[in-house]
Ligand binder design. Structure first.
Ligand code: SF4
Length: 312
């Protein structure tokens, strides 16, 4: 088992990082590398399909979001964007995936559904914009997963456990390591990229408005996809995190414990308790009560009709 990032650094020096994770999985769980790669090829396809669907937009379940990807896509196509295409596509693809998630479409949780736009946004935008072989993207997904699994040895990957740093922060860190790998970086570069991304998300709270994975989640994924690309770029240029990755993860766990309950997915703090957040929360509650009352009335009507039919 790869116990820590320090251990990974030692184990992977001079080797292909994806191979290190694949071999470890084979030794530990008896799953052949070919089987893992085949499964990840399918995941990449699901990510691609989901991005294509998501670009079309559509209202979310809670009606708070939905057309962000469509708007950015239209602006991009008509030349109304000012950032470079890689950045725009990373944002666009992250928004597309999260739009689909908000409509209960099929996505790949990476590592969670709420943070599911970051990794595909970064990797698939890079693949397209830098003509990366799709097979390299598949191997980069192995790297992303491997990084996430080492973090998960000490941290619970959920906003409820430690805030959004544990979800979107971890996704950004996984994606940064994978991007460094795709761009020809060494395992040490990937670990540095992961550390730079994660340490700069520390303290990020989980404050979903109305308790739905819509606001701020959808747009947050787009912003942290770009954050991850930036971290990978810095690492590839030789910029190093002064705090080693294992210690960054430890800090994340401590911060997560210190965060009040209201900032850990309860919708009882942060953006969820702004005036607008509260108004939306009340509306959603009223609508849910209304639906419950309608369902109860329908059940009563059906029961009444059955009774009438039996007695006649
Ligand atoms: S704010 Fe909370 S629910 Fe939304 S993505 Fe972050 S951790 Fe997930």
């Amino acid at each position: 088992m790869i116990e820590s990032f320090a251990h990974l650094d030692q184990l992977a020096a001079g080797r292909d990082l994806a191979d290190v994770f694949l071999e470890t999985d084979e030794q530990e769980h008896g799953i052949p590398a070919a089987q893992i790669l085949a499964a990840l090829r399918k995941r990449r396809e699901v990510m691609r399909d989901c991005i294509e669907r998501g670009k079309g937009g559509g209202q979310s379940m809670g009606k708070l979001v939905g057309n962000e990807a469509k708007l950015l896509d239209e602006a991009f196509r008509s030349g109304r964007t000012f950032l470079d295409p890689l950045t725009i596509k990373a944002e666009l693809y992250a928004l597309s995936v999260m739009g689909e998630n908000s409509r209960m479409g099929v996505i790949v949780a990476a590592p969670t559904a709420g943070a599911g736009g970051v990794v595909p946004g970064m990797l698939l935008a890079l693949e397209e914009e830098r003509n990366v072989d799709p097979e390299k993207t598949v191997r980069a997904l192995v790297v992303a997963g491997g990084i996430g699994s080492i973090i998960a040895l000490s941290a619970n990957i959920s906003g409820a456990a430690g805030g959004c740093q544990n979800e979107v922060g971890v996704a950004s860190s996984m994606g940064a390591a994978a991007v460094a790998y795709m761009m020809g970086g060494t395992p040490a570069d990937s670990i540095q990229a992961a550390a730079l991304a994660l340490k700069n998300t520390l303290g990020l709270v989980c404050d979903p408005v109305g308790g739905l994975v819509e606001v701020p989640c959808v747009k947050r994924n787009a912003l942290f996809a770009v954050h991850g690309l930036t971290a990978a770029q810095l690492a590839l240029a030789g910029v190093k995190s002064v705090i080693p990755m294992d210690e960054v993860v430890e800090a994340m766990v401590r911060i997560g414990r210190a965060l009040p309950r209201g900032l850990k997915e309860t919708a009882e703090g942060g953006l969820a308790t702004t005036a607008t957040g509260c108004a939306i929360g009340s509306r959603l509650k009223d609508e849910a009560n209304q639906r419950r009352a309608e369902r109860a009335a329908e059940r009563e009507r059906v029961a009444h009709e059955r009774k009438e039919a039996v007695s006649s």
